[in-house]
Design a protein around this ligand. Structure first.
Ligand SMILES: [Zn+2]
Length: 399
């Protein structure tokens, strides 16, 4: 796609540059006898030749060198800088943009536009401190509201990359009311801060951050999970269960995420009956494999393996899944072992081999936004960088 854009921009550059070349050449012919004019148009033909020979780098260099900087061509220079950055050559973009900024004749608005582009170049190069200085200066001084907003957006992005959560919150503060979409990332920054506080044993401060996170985004599952963890750290298991009970309303897809914490809380409360009741309630909300397996385990321990086979079979008839089948085969194995069947049934071994092979290497989580798949749960997608979009995979081959 870049090649098509590149070609378009280059053709525009040729048109503008060549037009100017002819214009200046004719003016110069009228007033002076400037020897540069034939060189200028010659460079365009050299550039064009490179382009036709499919040597875009040489073509760009020739055009950049030949293009005069004035109010008519400055946009072309900015566009070329963007192209270099998109091609992974941000260093070349920096020299084009710095070259532009060195011209005293630029209008204030154009100057700010170029500074914004230069900040983007530095971000692309990983020179974050310089990018940050430029963006903060634009945020303080910019006369153009569009550039100010863009500088703010880029600065937030940068602070997020630097994991400077408090700074990101401070900069985003004024946006939270106008842009509800900002509330979800901000809630996650507060969760990040809370985790830092938990790490430093400042639980009271962590709790404050988490409550603020839930004020910003009432559907923030992560904040609820962390609050439940804090309750359990203090030995308040019933309160932890009350917290976890909110999660299916916040996001039903995160039931598999909360199950280990729920199980732990009920175990510490010595309330296996309560856990079973809670699991049945969850099964009514979403018949996920992880709930079926947890219930199957529960029945297995209380009533024995044959009851577990019977009940698990019933639940799986309603909501069949590969993981559930794999678990059912394990139960059959156990049943045969207990009845003294030796050696084990080879047909069961074969089935187990197949379910194992199908489940092996399957990702357990996926980003609902970009499709990025991973085994563990990341709260920020490493691919599209959205917050809270990675969720457990459920359904036939899921959790
Ligand atoms: Zn993603």
């Amino acid at each position: 796609m870049y090649d098509a854009v590149l070609l378009g921009v280059l053709l525009a550059a040729i048109a503008i540059g060549f037009g100017l070349g002819v214009h200046y050449a004719s003016r110069r012919r009228q007033h002076t006898h400037d020897s540069r004019s034939p060189d200028l148009s010659r460079e365009y033909f050299v550039g064009l030749n490179y382009l036709l020979n499919e040597q875009p780098d040489e073509a760009i260099n020739t055009f950049v060198n030949a293009l005069d900087i004035n109010s008519d061509t400055v946009e072309t220079h900015i566009a070329l800088g963007k192209l270099f950055r998109a091609r992974g050559e941000a260093d070349k973009a920096v020299s084009i943009h710095q070259n532009l900024l060195a011209r005293p004749a630029l209008s204030t608005s154009t100057n700010e536009h170029v500074q914004l582009e230069l900040a983007r170049d530095f971000m692309a190069l990983g020179v974050h401190d310089r990018a940050q200085r430029m963006l903060r200066a634009l945020l303080d001084k910019s006369v153009n509201e569009i550039y100010r907003q863009e500088a703010k957006r880029l600065l937030i992005d940068l602070l997020e990359r630097e994991k400077d959560w408090q700074e990101a919150l401070d900069v985003a503060q004024s946006l939270l009311k106008q842009q509800p979409a900002m509330c979800r990332p901000a809630a996650h920054w507060l969760c990040e801060l809370a985790q830092e506080e938990i790490h430093q044993a400042s639980r009271a401060l962590a709790r404050k951050h988490l409550k603020r996170a839930l004020q910003l985004d009432e559907r923030c599952v992560r904040a609820t999970l962390l609050l439940a963890d804090l309750e359990m750290d203090n030995g308040h298991y019933t309160r932890a269960i009350e917290r976890l009970n909110h999660i299916p309303q916040q996001d039903v897809a995160h039931i598999p995420t909360m199950l280990p914490a729920l199980k732990h809380a009920y175990e510490r409360n010595n309330d296996t009956q309560g856990f079973e009741t809670h699991l049945y309630q969850l099964l009514g909300q979403a018949p996920y494999t992880s709930i079926i397996i947890a219930l199957g385990e529960h029945v297995h321990q209380r009533d024995g393996v044959d009851s577990a086979i019977e009940r698990t079979g019933e639940w799986l008839r309603e909501a069949p899944s590969l993981g559930g089948l794999d678990y059912l085969i394990d139960l059959y194995h156990e049943s045969q072992r207990l009845s003294g069947k030796n050696p084990p049934d080879t047909r069961l071994l074969l089935l187990k081999h197949h379910t194992n092979a199908l489940l092996e290497g399957k990702p357990r989580h996926r980003c609902r936004r970009c499709g990025f798949a991973s085994d563990g749960l990341a709260w920020q997608c490493p691919s599209c960088r959205r917050w809270g979009t990675i969720k457990p995979i459920t359904g036939v081959d899921g959790e």
